[in-house]
Design a protein around this ligand. Structure first.
Ligand code: BTN
Length: 342
């Protein structure tokens, strides 16, 4: 945490216990093992950012009660609420919150090459060149959550799909915990759906060590559509937002923390893939007729199972075919409705 974050966190914690009390620069400096000058600078910076910190001569500092507009701001991504929310997770070694990024996955890869540790998290409030699978772009306007984590898994490359499937379950669980009443489905392999529309995409990229066939690093990117935004005609039938289905307040900072809490718990035992049964339960493909889009051809088949490794098993002309990755579309139903389009 930066000095600013530490001072803000300490003042909010102290004030929870004694709301009326003032704390001198010396007391704060002692508790944080910082100089009084560092405290003064941090307070000055916080005040210039609009944080209501009262300073009274001979008494010290006190946080003003949070005004309504600040509460609203606290629900959207911000450094202070985020550091409060993620600090309990030791898996996250550091986080970087950017007002804008081209692509958090690209930044994650750059940091990985420079030697950043596992658990480095990059979050952006919007992306100008958000990337999706199969060289697609990912619509990333303000109001969503775009984040990537740097991983250094001891995982052979052929099991890479475990990272994506694990993240899909983690994000589904986090959304359902933070937004009670919501029910999230997974479209193999990397998309989350809510009420028939895509609300989240996951993109795992990485670099392999050819000597041992394992990852040198992997960057796992997650994009969540939170607050509804105007969409192009093309995207309207496909893209959904959490706010379409959930009318309560959505605390983006808590949602981010929840995603990584769920993910880090599953990631500890990734190779066992104990979450795969849940992944299957959440699947919106199983039992449906799908169109498999392979580089060579397109064909229709029945989606029958997802195995322990996260591979989709389809049945065509009585033969089972195992798909390790790729693109599958759900065939429109008889009444013309499509189950999903992307
Ligand atoms: C897909 O739908 O095909 C995957 C979309 C993944 C989007 C996320 S947003 C954060 C991270 N940065 C990117 O550029 N892409 C991923």
């Amino acid at each position: 945490m930066t000095g600013k974050q530490e001072v803000f966190h300490l003042l909010s914690e102290l004030q929870k216990k004694s709301p009326e009390k003032y704390y001198s620069g010396e007391e704060l400096a002692g508790l944080l093992h910082l100089s009084r000058n560092a405290i003064w600078k941090a307070v000055k910076a916080l005040r210039s950012e609009g944080y209501g910190i009262e300073a009274v001569t001979n008494r010290g500092y006190r946080l003003h009660p949070v005004p309504t507009e600040r509460i609203q701001q606290a629900l959207t991504l911000n450094e202070y609420s985020l550091s409060e929310a993620v600090r309990e997770n030791p898996f996250l070694s550091s986080f970087l919150l950017l007002p804008e990024a081209d692509s958090t996955n690209r930044i994650g890869k750059e940091l990985a090459v420079k030697g950043a540790p596992e658990g480095t998290l990059i979050i952006a409030k919007r992306q100008t060149m958000g990337r999706g699978r199969l060289s697609r772009s990912f619509f990333s306007p303000e109001g969503g959550i775009y984040m990537s984590i740097l991983l250094r898994p001891t995982l052979p490359a052929e099991r890479a799909v475990l990272l994506t499937t694990c993240a899909a379950v983690a994000v589904s669980r986090a959304i359902e915990k933070e937004l009670p009443g919501i029910s999230v489905q997974i479209k193999w392999v990397n998309d989350l759906f809510l009420q028939g529309k895509k609300i989240c995409g996951i993109l795992t990229e990485g670099e392999l060590d050819l000597e041992n066939g394992c990852f040198r690093y992997a960057v796992l990117g997650i994009g969540i559509n939170v607050t509804a935004k105007p969409l192009s005609e093309e995207l309207t039938p496909i893209v959904g937002f959490l706010s379409d289905a959930y009318t309560g307040e959505i605390n983006q900072n808590k949602l981010v923390a929840s995603v990584w809490r769920e993910f880090s718990a599953l990631y500890q035992n990734l190779s066992e893939a104990s979450y795969m049964e849940e992944y299957k339960q959440r699947s919106c493909l199983l039992g449906k007729t799908v169109t498999v889009m392979s580089p060579e051809n397109e064909y229709e088949a029945a989606a029958v199972d997802i195995d322990k490794e996260g591979h989709l098993i389809v049945k065509k002309d009585g033969q089972h075919i195992l798909l390790q990755s790729g693109e599958v579309r759900v065939k429109p139903t008889e009444n013309g409705e499509e189950n999903e389009k992307e």
